[in-house]
Design a binder for this molecule. Structure first.
Ligand code: CP
Length: 305
């Protein structure tokens, strides 16, 4: 796989995804024995302008398990001497001189692309903008589906919740569209439904999809239910109630016995903790898979370096 930067889901092909997943399975074994020292000369910089716990820890743990070193800044908007976002390019030029890979979370859509255009080392998009993309989350999501469902072709997947600004759902829709006979259900109130750019992409790739306001009659027959993270303040401001989209024991009882429930985390009321012990609740395994997928991505970037 030729991988220079990781900017958006569309850049991956099915063969490159399979190569990544083979490597992630190898990383699972390496992590289980405590890691490797193979990448001890490598430095990863994590530059986060927006809050993150899961993505940042997962990348940093991945680098440590590979034997490498980490330079980290969170709240980069507060702690950097940059005056405004216009200086991102200069910051990237300087950090590229100090590191072998830059992992960037940013407030602005397009920031990772801008960074990649001036960086002398690979840039990885760790989530950007409100309605942008989060490709490494989508890669770990797809890896989880691959591991749990033992297939990627022919699946029906319900993406449910705050979809317009749901960058993980957006990135995952792009990845799922690469597989045969996939059917996507976008379930959300019309005000926060998935944006037309995704639907146009699915149309152009002849991917089947349906839009629905209610989960009724859908969750009982899909293979994957992907509930998104919510922005509670935004929903309250817009007076949108997502309670009918929450997953609880009642919803579980209507689902197929081999379906899976996913969530990028953190969750609040979207999934009742009573669901956690059901074998179909895979969100904590999903989160753990982030370590293996990010180790795999880093080694692919370093090995071709
Ligand atoms: N899933 C996810 O992106 O979580 P963080 O915002 O904590 O990184």
């Amino acid at each position: 796989m030729k991988l220079t930067h990781v900017i958006e889901s569309q850049q991956f092909t099915v063969p490159s995804l399979m190569e990544l997943f083979d490597r992630a399975q190898l990383m699972e074994k390496i992590a289980a024995r405590g890691g490797t020292r193979d990448y001890e000369n490598k430095i990863m910089a994590t530059l986060f302008y927006k809050s993150s716990t899961r993505t940042r820890f997962s990348f940093e743990a991945a680098m440590y398990r590979l034997g490498g070193k980490v330079l980290a800044t969170e709240h980069a908007n507060e702690f950097s001497s940059e005056i405004d976002g216009g200086q991102l390019e200069d910051t990237i030029r300087i950090i590229a001189n100090c590191s072998d890979v830059i992992v960037l979370r940013h407030t602005d859509e397009g920031a990772a692309k801008r960074a990649s255009l001036v960086s002398t080392v690979p840039v990885i998009n760790a989530g950007e903008g409100a309605g942008g993309q989060h490709p490494t989350q989508a890669l770990l999501d797809l890896y989880t589906i691959y591991r749990e469902c033992k297939a990627l072709n022919g699946l029906s997947v319900a993406l449910m919740g705050e979809l317009d600004n749901g960058r993980t759902a957006r990135s995952l829709a792009y990845l799922l569209s690469k597989f045969d006979r996939v059917k996507l259900y976008f379930i959300a109130p019309s005000e926060i439904q998935i944006k037309p750019d995704i639907l146009a992409y699915l149309d152009s790739h002849r991917v089947q999809y349906e839009l629905a306001e209610s989960p009724e009659h859908i969750l009982s027959h899909v293979d994957v239910v992907y509930r998104t993270h919510i922005d509670r303040e935004r929903l309250q401001r817009r007076d949108i109630d997502l309670t009918p989209y929450n997953i609880n024991a009642g919803v579980l009882s209507t689902m197929k016995s081999n379906a899976i429930i996913m969530h990028p985390l953190p969750r609040s009321v979207e999934i009742d903790p009573a669901v956690d012990n059901d074998p179909r609740a895979v969100y904590f395994r999903q989160s753990r898979n982030g370590l293996f997928v990010r180790m795999a991505l880093l080694t692919i970037l370093f090995d071709q370096g």
